[in-house]
Design a protein around this ligand. Structure first.
Ligand SMILES: C[S@@+](CC[C@H](N)C(=O)[O-])C[C@H]1O[C@@H](n2cnc3c(N)ncnc32)[C@H](O)[C@@H]1O
Length: 289
């Protein structure tokens, strides 16, 4: 009996889905072979177990589940993150948000303290831990969702030595941070979708956690809170970096200016949409208690 090779499995999956790259990613996870190893093994037979694993992933994917959840992992900057239905799927635009926060933190003399609020999978905070100098960096990652923090902890376990610089805490926004610490950079990709928004893609609303998406009637509830409370947790001259909705640039700029921030900038994503708010605190915060 002729055994099915990996090349044939990939070809059959490509034909079924009409998508060669997606087929490759699914076959790679099903077989446990990635990168060069996948290419080197194309003419080897696959096992029944691999085929069964692929079938179960294909059933989920064809029922509409996002590819990232089906694969159970997704790339973000230099990381390969575990992702499932407990966390938002990390987006390419958030890679730019993380990049902005990393650049600002890199310019701060050690010891530097940074915080990623609403960390979800840990995408932003873990990128900071990995990309900032190992010496003199402390990263706090927080979330109100215990489910999300379980995923963030699993991802923390995968980053090696920089994990020693990371603290994870549960709780609502700033309440999760230590009371005796001011931060040089606070970054967040908060929920910013308006409740009932018609613009939200069905695959997002149907599959991704509501707690990660919605923020009141205009989508600005969490941004308003973060902007108003951040100065109490930033050093003088510290930076707030927020991911925002494409239609929230003007309102976020106004909120930041009203709260006394300077150097307010609304940056665009690769699609040309307003996406990242960056602002500097001038408040001289009281010494930590
Ligand atoms: C848009 S997701 C961002 C996840 C991740 N940082 C990313 O960029 O992929 C927002 C995150 O904020 C968390 N969150 C929602 N409400 C919160 C609150 N009141 N306090 C802290 N975190 C909250 C959610 O659980 C979710 O993980």
């Amino acid at each position: 009996m002729d055994l099915l090779t990996l090349r044939e499995l990939w070809a059959q999956t490509t034909e079924l889905l009409g998508a060669r790259h997606e087929a490759r990613w699914l076959c790679a996870v099903a077989t446990g072979l990635d990168g060069d190893e996948f290419d080197r093994t194309l003419d080897e037979p696959v096992t029944d177990r691999m085929v069964a694993h692929l079938d179960s992933m294909l059933t989920r994917y064809r029922a509409g589940e996002p590819l990232q959840y089906v694969l159970g992992k997704w790339a973000f900057r230099y990381l390969d993150l575990l992702v499932d239905h407990r966390v938002l799927i990390p987006r390419p635009e958030t890679e730019l948000v993380a990049g902005a926060a990393i650049e600002l933190a890199r310019n701060v003399a050690a010891p530097r303290y940074v915080a990623d609020l609403g960390t979800g999978s840990g995408a932003i905070g873990l990128s900071m831990a990995v990309e900032l100098p190992l010496a003199g960096t402390t990263v706090w990652m927080t979330d109100a969702s215990a489910d999300a923090l379980a995923v963030a902890r699993a991802n923390l376990a995968g980053i090696g030595r920089p994990a020693q610089n990371v603290m994870i805490a549960a709780g609502e926004w700033f309440a999760a941070l230590p009371a005796d610490r001011l931060f040089d950079v606070i970054v967040s990709n908060p929920p910013y979708v308006a409740e009932g928004s018609a613009l939200l893609e069905a695959s997002v609303g149907d599959w991704e956690p509501a707690v990660a998406l919605f923020a009141g009637p205009d989508g600005l509830d969490d941004i308003r809170h973060l902007v108003s409370a951040a100065p109490d947790h930033l050093v003088e001259g510290g930076w707030l970096v927020l991911e925002i909705g494409a239609d929230q640039g003007d309102q976020t700029r106004a909120l930041l200016e009203q709260a006394g921030f300077t150097a307010v900038e609304i940056r665009r994503d690769l699609a040309g949409h307003d996406r990242i708010a960056v602002a500097q605190s001038t408040r001289v915060s009281p010494p930590p208690s």
